[in-house]
Every structure is written in C-alpha cells, then in structure tokens.
Design a protein around this ligand. Structure first.
Ligand code: ATP
Ligand code: PAU
Ligand code: K
Length: 249
C-alpha cells in the first residue's frame, strides 16, 4: 500500500491508496495538527505500507519524526525539480520552490490537462500559482493565509480582536469582527481573481483548509473548483499510471 503525506506548517494531511489506484482513489485519509503528530501511527495499518511519498515544507525536525513513524516503508521525500512528469518548472532556482506548490501544480495538470490553470492553496500561507496550457509552472504569489492575515491585525493593534474564520459575503460590514473578516476574505479572493485575469486562466482550482471560506466569495467568469487536497492528488499522479477517476475541470 502507498502512503501519501502533505506536511504543511499547520497540519499534516495523509492518504492511503492501493498500488496502481487512480489519483484521488484513497482507501483512507486524514489530517492532524503538529501537536497531534503522535496520533498518526495508530491511524495507519501496522503492516502493508510498502511505499511512502512525502511532501514536507515544515522543517527537518518533522522530517525526522515522520521517518521514525514509517519504519518499514520505502520513503521518497518529494522535491521540486526543473522538470517532472511533463511539467517544467520556470522558477529561477527550481529547488527553491516549495515542494507542496510543485505537487499542487502537478495535481492541477492532472485535473485540467491542456488548460491554463490557476491553483490556489489556502493554508497557513496562501499560494496562487500559474500553470500554462503546455505544462510550464510559470511562477506564483505567496501571501499570508486567511488566519495569519486576520491574526496579524489582532497582534499589532490595540482595538482589533482575534476573529474566527467564517462564511460572509465580502462586502461592507457594520461591525469590527465582520469588517476584519470581509477585508481578509476580499484580499484572498481578490488576489486569486487578479491571478486568473493576469494568466488568462481557463480553470481555477482552490484547495486547503481555508478554501471553504474563500471560494464562496470568488467572482470568476470561468468558475472555480474546490479540491480538498490538490497536493496529495499531485503527489499520487507522479507514481501511478492510472488515469484520474475524477472528471476533468
Ligand atoms: N478554526 C479555525 N480557526 C482559525 N483559522 C482557521 C480555522 N479553520 C481554518 N482556518 C484557516 O484556514 C487556514 C488553513 O488552515 P488549515 O489548518 O486547514 O491549514 P492547511 O490547509 O492544513 O495548511 P498547511 O498546509 O499550511 O498546514 C488557516 O490559515 C486559517 O486561516
Ligand atoms: C509557501 C509555503 C509555506 C506554502 O506551504 C511553502 O510552499 C514554502 O515554504 N515554500 C518555499 C518558498 C517558495 O515556494 O518560493
Ligand atoms: K499552503
């Protein structure tokens, strides 16, 4: 069995798939925060994980902790390359690109083959990346994620409170908490809309923990698709020849 891991700065997401299964056809999946890391081994089968493919952007300590949790698996630590699986990486220094972003771009390519795509991953940071129709990762944008953006106001002002993320029409609010949320949602959605316009995108994929709040305020003529975890789909697409089960964008 194959174990896929997307270790981000807030949560570690994982999925188990049978060898040869189509990208996204998981047997089981889950997520833990860094504080809950030691819950992971109990969620995985004791035997039978032969291979693991890991994207880790959360540092070397987590790398070492995860390695100890997969003693029997043949582990590959996914890294950004100049070229992989038909995707060319136009970053000036290809290895500087976060491996989760490279995996997300591969996932976008699998879901929207031959299209100019914007892939937004809304996690601790929000990343908004452009993939060309002919398979080039053109580059992207990095901004504070929804939670970081909102909490930076609480931490650096006297009068602004911490607000919980939520669903809100991103308009003109009549109270402080909603005004903060509306501002941060508008900034996130606005950046995605701007990226789609700049790129002339024909598909937009929105993923990550905050996608559920940001996607509803997007105004895009091309529409958008919410994908629970595009990083795991992209990782999986690099090790299976099975076609995607999901319908394309
Ligand atoms: N209950 C919550 N309280 C505060 N913020 C939340 C909450 N739920 C979601 N968010 C927002 O969603 C964003 C993503 O959170 P989540 O924990 O899902 O991260 P993630 O997608 O796993 O990211 P990463 O890959 O960076 O770990 C956070 O930046 C935060 O803004
Ligand atoms: C931007 C994050 C934090 C998103 O998870 C990650 O992809 C990262 O640490 N990237 C390295 C810098 C870069 O991608 O240019
Ligand atoms: K992210």
């Amino acid at each position: 069995m194959l174990l896929l891991i997307d270790a981000g700065n807030t949560r570690i997401k994982w999925a188990l798939a049978d060898e040869g299964a189509a990208p996204g056809a998981w047997v089981a999946s889950g997520a833990v925060t860094h504080a809950e890391l030691n819950h992971l081994p109990a969620a995985w089968p004791k035997q039978g994980i032969t291979r693991a493919l890991v994207s880790n952007v959360a540092g070397s300590k987590l790398h070492d902790q995860l390695r100890l949790m997969m003693p029997t698996a043949d582990v590959t630590w996914f890294a950004s390359k100049a070229q992989l699986a038909g995707l060319r990486n136009a970053y000036r220094n290809p290895s500087q690109l976060g491996c989760d972003r490279f995996a997300a771009a591969l996932g976008a390519r699998a879901l929207a083959p031959g299209q100019a795509v914007i892939v937004a991953t809304c996690g601790t940071a929000t990343t908004i990346d452009a993939v060309s129709a002919d398979g080039v990762f053109l580059g992207g944008m990095i901004l504070p994620g929804l939670g970081l953006m909102a909490s930076s106001l609480a931490h650096n002002t006297a009068q602004l409170p911490e607000v919980a993320p939520g669903l809100l029409p991103a308009g003109f609010a009549d109270n402080t908490a909603d005004a903060i949320l509306s501002g941060c949602l508008s900034a996130q959605a606005g950046a995605i809309e701007r990226a789609c316009a700049l790129h002339g995108a024909s598909a937009c994929i929105v993923s990550g923990g905050a996608a559920q709040y940001i996607a509803p305020v997007l105004r895009l003529s091309i529409g958008h698709r919410i994908v629970d975890n595009i990083v795991l789909i992209g990782l999986h697409s690099t090790v299976t020849s099975s076609p995607l089960q999901d319908s394309p964008c």
